[in-house]
Write a protein of this length. Structure first.
Length: 225
């Protein structure tokens, strides 16, 4: 399995672990997208990788000793061994969160084994109907999140429209919540909060402000300890 790094830190963003929870991060290498605002572009370089076995990965996770595990990337669902890693972590009773860009649809086994999904809404691709019809967004439950990166008021308006559309089509009784995340260094959080508060109560229902708190704690890049 192609791994960029394994480390421990606090959970900096929304997930089933909750922000601030001590977590082991497994960051995979490689991504099928090239988003301008990506803060993990170092995962794109296919020459800077570690090819690790599931046993190797589990050994490091065990040594770190945290029950919370977040698998991120890159795009972890690109990895052929990803389902096997999730299954082995689940057997060992880890709390598993997965961060994904939404272009892959998980198989039934993954739905059962992952505690929390954090699925990005990518403005660059979601305008295409074939991506919308992938329907991963319509299968997410209450412990899951759909995350929007908001750069300006136009992004915000579109995110509210998308949220409304997903909720109308969602057949899940307790559907996912929606994380509105100001693009770090581009949009001031207080501005995004103001826009959210200006919405009607039914419009802002299920919206959560998502700040990347690790970037406030460590303004200079520092991923773990």
């Amino acid at each position: 399995m192609l791994i960029n790094e394994i480390y421990q830190s606090i959970e900096g963003e929304v997930s089933g672990h909750h922000q601030g929870a001590v977590t082991t991060f497994i960051r995979t290498q490689g991504c099928n997208l090239r988003c301008d605002y990506c803060d993990s572009k170092y995962t794109w370089d296919e020459h800077k990788i570690m090819d690790m076995t599931i046993v190797d990965i589990l050994s490091i996770v065990e040594v770190l000793g945290n029950k919370n595990v977040t698998i991120t990337g890159g795009e972890p669902m690109m990895q052929e061994s990803f389902p096997s890693l999730v299954r082995e972590l689940r057997i060992r009773n880890y709390n598993i969160a997965v961060e994904t860009n939404g272009t892959y649809f998980p198989n039934p086994e993954l739905w059962a084994n992952v505690n929390s999904w954090v699925v990005d809404w990518k403005w660059e691709i979601e305008k295409e109907e074939e991506i919308r019809e992938a329907s991963i967004y319509f299968c997410l439950k209450r412990d899951d999140f759909i995350k929007f990166i908001i750069k300006d008021k136009e992004d915000f308006k579109k995110a509210v429209e998308v949220k409304t559309g997903i909720l109308k089509q969602n057949i899940i009784i307790n559907p996912a919540r929606f994380a509105f995340s100001p693009c770090h260094g581009v949009l001031e959080p207080k501005e995004l909060v103001r826009w959210i508060l200006e919405l009607e109560p039914k419009e802002r229902k299920d919206i959560i402000l998502n700040l990347q708190i690790h970037k406030y704690i460590w303004p200079v890049e520092r991923r773990g300890v």
